[in-house]
Design a protein around this ligand. Structure first.
Ligand code: HEC
Ligand code: HEC
Length: 337
């Protein structure tokens, strides 16, 4: 699974404000939740004028009949309520402070879905979106600004949920940004990811939004040069949106120790990450934590930064000389911490 080649979709290029056409070397599809290179499936057209939801891929409605329960909570929700766009089920209110309205409900009049729908009320997030709990306040606000101005977008134009995130950022008022940033940055990061070195990983299907789900029957296939991250409990994540159920990342044999050398020593190709991200890699001042985060999210960011679709002065040189093996190793090691 090396680099793939595709034609950049005009919709994504439009978001950046520049028209790009022709063939470019794209990052590997697995980091974006796809088995194969682009451009299919093309995302819905998304322009700077779109309402956020109009940029999204929308699935079939969930059943609204049986009220489901969960351990350690007396709340019950139907599957429809669990996935409600403008007030999704919050199983564990005891796990987080009171949510600002924008986090709990979003803004329906502008088709701006609740932050808690994708990132969970506790901010831990899923593999196909992003961890937002415990982010430094200033970094959080800077990322919203980067989405707005076009200096942060996905290198894979198929990634509709990042396009939606960009439009959400553009619709937020400054007061809403402050409220969401204050809320999520007030939370501690909880253990979330398990890393397993293996030759063979589960066979998976890709969901509409780029989450890999293990196929029924525990079938496996050679992992090769990839990371395959799946929910530790597929039903708990996909069906019930259980914000206490984390992820497992299958990584190539030997990648964790190779990553340790790069992350802690630079390995002659990069700068020690601990210099800026903190000795424990859990963040330092305005620099975000990167350990124990969704492994595919971390890899995706490194590829986006390398591709230049996510602009970062601090990180540009850090990733400049790293190849696919290095990026996989770094993401694997960070997830194992
Ligand atoms: C439809 C799902 C969805 C919703 C709703 C959503 N986000 Fe996001 N968010 C994403 C995705 C996808 C990413 C980027 C993932 C990537 O770049 O690979 C992201 C990234 C982010 C980041 C960057 C995290 C980092 O570590 O750099 C922040 C901050 C953020 N979102 C805040 C918010 C806020 C605030 C709201 C509510 C107002 C919100 N999001 C609602 C999907 C969503
Ligand atoms: C010179 C300081 C510096 C060094 C060294 C550094 N980083 Fe960063 N990194 C940053 C800053 C600052 C950000 C926030 C983005 C920005 O401001 O551009 C960041 C962002 C990131 C992100 C995105 C986090 C998110 O939530 O989206 C990842 C992933 C990352 N760095 C990984 C690494 C890795 C891996 C290394 C070591 C190989 C490393 N960084 C070394 C400063 C640094």
């Amino acid at each position: 699974m090396g680099k793939s080649v595709w034609t950049l979709a005009v919709a994504a290029a439009g978001l950046a404000g520049t028209l790009v056409s022709g063939q470019i070397a794209g990052p590997p599809p697995w980091a974006y939740g796809y088995h194969q290179g682009g451009p299919d499936p093309a995302p819905p057209a998304c322009t700077p004028q779109s309402k956020p939801l109009d940029c999204a891929r929308i699935g079939a409605p969930r059943p609204n009949d049986v009220a489901h329960t969960m351990p350690d909570t007396d709340r019950t929700f139907t599957e429809f309520q669990i996935h409600g766009d403008y007030g999704p089920g919050d199983w564990y209110p005891q796990d987080h402070p009171a949510m600002p309205d924008i986090v709990a409900r979003g803004r329906e009049a502008d088709k701006l879905r609740a932050c808690g729908l994708c990132h969970y009320p506790n901010g831990q997030g899923k593999a196909e979106n992003a961890p937002v709990a415990a982010l430094p306040m200033k970094y959080f606000v800077a990322q919203i600004e980067a989405f707005r101005s076009g200096t942060r977008r996905s290198a894979d134009p198929r990634k509709a949920n990042t396009n939606e995130m960009i439009q959400i950022a553009r619709h937020l008022t400054d007061a809403e940004v402050q409220a969401a940033a204050t809320y999520f940055s007030s939370m501690k990061w909880r253990p979330w990811v398990k890393v397993v070195e293996t030759e063979n990983a589960p066979k998976t299907r890709q969901t509409m939004n780029g989450l890999f789900m293990p196929m029924p029957g525990n079938e496996t296939e050679p992992l090769g040069k990839r990371i395959m991250e799946v929910p530790e409990n597929p039903e708990q994540t996909e069906r019930f949106r259980n914000p206490r159920s984390g992820f497992v990342a299958y990584v190539p044999v030997g990648s964790v120790s190779a990553g340790e050398t790069l992350v802690l020593k630079g390995g002659g190709k990069t700068v020690q990450c601990t210099l800026c991200h903190g000795a424990d890699l859990m963040g330092n001042g305005d620099v975000p934590g990167i350990a124990d985060r969704q492994v595919s999210y971390i890899a995706r960011q490194l590829y986006d930064i390398q591709a230049g679709t996510r602009q970062s002065t601090a990180m540009r040189n850090v990733v400049a000389k790293l190849n696919d093996d290095d990026l996989i190793a770094i993401a694997a090691y960070l997830g194992s911490r």
